[in-house]
Design a protein around this ligand. Sequence first.
Ligand code: PMP
Length: 400
Amino acid sequence: VFAGIAQAPEDPILGVTVAYNKDPSPVKLNLGVGAYRTEEGKPLVLNVVRHAEQILINNPSRVKEYLPITGLAEFNKLSAKLIFGADSPAIQENRVTTVQCLSGTGSLRVGGEFLARHYHERTIYIPLPTWGNHPKVFTLAGLTVRSYRYYDPTTRGLDFKGLLEDLSSAPSGAIVLLHACAHNPTGVDPTSDQWEQIRQLMRSKSLLPFFDSAYQGFATGSLDKDAQSVRMFVADGGELLMAQSYAKNMGLYGERVGALSIVCGSADVAVRVESQLKLVIRPMYSNPPIHGASIVATILKDSNMFNEWTVELKGMADRIIRMRQQLFDALKTRGTPGDWSHIIKQIGMFTFTGLNSDQVAFMRQEYHIYMTSDGRISMAGLSTRTIPHLADAIHTAVTK
Ligand code: PMP
């Protein structure tokens, strides 16, 4: 019965790794995947995560029962505190409902479906460009996806004027997806003055913010600084949605641990919103997995472990920043034509190089370097050892 089924294309991001795995070259380099690698090119399990797992394993009262539909209550509370701040008025006024979801993706999907069912304006504006999964997640959630200008290829910076124009002409009440920090794929974030203008415009038009926070702590190395944009929107007393992921900042990629928070107008509304979130989740996957959320809760609730985490997190963020400087210096040394200062200016895990799809294909063919076709490279996949190879490849690609 399935004989006539067509072969589906590979995922544009995950497919890069599929192609990389098939390449037998000893010098191959995977800069496609958004996962942290050590200087030796190895995946990293944080020491604090290993420590938390030991604590969990040694706890005899630990069971493997189902979690509630909304997940681990302690994890939810701690997650809201982490992103909104311990002294957040919205938390103190019990206006926030948080549900544990399957990492960032699952949080976006549950939030999207909730909005499609219960919110009056079903159009969501996403930045151009954005993480490739956003349009698919929100379309399948039942929303209509439109985009707003975000990145200006000529300046390799923010198209702030375009952004304001597009949000100004969005219908009142429309949902707007905002990357909380370390915008993927461009590495370009608004300044705090620009965030303030975005906030004023959005609130004046009753546009509903839906924040995606996949990189808290990865942009600057500070959890609080990376949450500034979100906290500005919470401080004005308005509503918003927040999708949080622990994939990158705790290195819990495969544990699929994240949270959706909805900041509501009152405690009473928050209770009703949560009851409806349960109706979205139950037929989708019943309830979320226990292990990853238990790791996160163990770390967040213990001040020593929390501090240990922030040090390891800053270590990852700093290594990425060093890779930016080293790549920039390597291109300068080679006299590679063009202004490469965006490599050191951009923020977070990725650099949007400005290489076009032909150059990307050339680098894959001739240098065995893998990246997404839009020229995005994961800085976390680089090391002092591999940077010369990448710099040679970029140099040849732009001068050939
Ligand atoms: N949002 C953005 C912007 C991302 O870059 C990612 C991961 N690449 C996610 C959400 C979701 O990731 P995960 O589901 O692994 O938490």
